[in-house]
Design a protein around this ligand. Structure first.
Ligand code: HEM
Length: 260
């Protein structure tokens, strides 16, 4: 069999994966499934690019690191814009099949937690949602133990003979990134004098802002679709999600702006 568009992309398999559960089925359930599947594919691609980005930083290949940043940020814009599509679904349309989701929720997205871990929002409690010994848990455990993008950036600076405090280079990478004022003098100096490092800092802030933007748009979508109801994942819903917004991934890069 010669290779074709369809066999290469495994389209028969891919297009068989959208299987609504509601009776009828309800018209909007197809959109709900497609959009979540598309998100998971983009999450997969972003993780692939973030892993590559860390390697590029370790090789001091700043030109390709910037190109990879640009790709990730462009995907993030698409991912945020996709919320507009789901917001065409009214609360009543969502309610027509919501009970079929049972406890299923984006809360359980393993790839989203991986993304958070790579970006430094580490939280060992997130592992509790996955069975001990399951492949999903094993992946998250690996991600938890892995240096974050921020650690890769600090090691890149250190390898360029900049004086990164040892405590930061040797920090416990299973912990979330916390603000480190002892880093500020170095970051401020480099920000003012080194255009390459400054550009990398700006891309990290773009990434941080992009993730916060997604969280904000997601919680607004949740508020307009289910109001104050609890989430299918068992949380307080929008009230829980509100606590996750406005938490910067790279706090030092925001703080130094006040000191510049
Ligand atoms: C009608 C559309 C949607 C509604 C009503 C909704 C609702 C919620 C709610 C209430 C939560 C809190 C956890 C819970 O108790 O379930 C949540 C979390 C989450 N949702 Fe959605 N969601 C929607 C669409 C999406 C889409 C399209 C994605 C894309 C993957 C997504 C990804 C997530 C993620 C990753 C979380 C965890 C966030 C965190 O813990 O910080 N959601 N969602």
């Amino acid at each position: 069999m010669p290779l074709t568009y369809s066999t290469y992309l495994k389209l028969d398999e891919l297009l068989a994966l959208q299987q609504p559960l509601s009776d009828g089925p309800e018209h909007d359930e197809t959109l709900f499934i497609v959009i979540h599947q598309v998100y998971e594919l983009w999450f997969k691609q972003i993780l692939h690019e973030l892993d590559h980005l860390k390697v590029l930083l370790s090789r001091h290949d700043t030109e390709r690191a910037n190109a990879t940043f640009k790709r990730i940020l462009t995907i993030l814009k698409v991912v945020v814009a996709q919320i507009d599509v789901l917001e065409t679904m009214t609360p009543l349309e969502f309610l027509s099949f919501r009970e079929r989701l049972a406890q299923g929720s984006g809360f359980q997205s393993r790839q989203f937690r991986e993304l958070e871990f790579v970006l430094g929002a580490k939280n060992p409690k997130a592992l509790d949602r996955y069975d001990v010994g399951s492949p999903a848990r094993a992946r998250l455990e690996r991600r938890l133990a892995e240096p974050t993008l921020w650690d890769a950036f600090l090691r890149f600076l250190d390898a360029q003979d900049h004086d990164v405090p040892d405590a930061q280079l040797e920090r416990d990478v299973t912990q979330p990134i916390a603000e480190a004022p002892e880093l500020h003098p170095l970051l401020i100096r480099l920000y003012k004098t080194d255009p390459v490092v400054r550009a990398l800092c700006e891309r990290l802030v773009d990434l941080d802002e992009g993730i916060q933007e997604w969280r904000y748009r997601h919680v607004k979508m949740v508020q307009r679709t289910i109001g104050g109801k609890m989430g299918t994942g068992g949380s307080a819903g929008a009230a829980y999600l509100m606590q996750t917004i406005n938490k910067p991934l790279f706090p030092d890069l925001w703080s130094i702006r006040t000191e510049l």
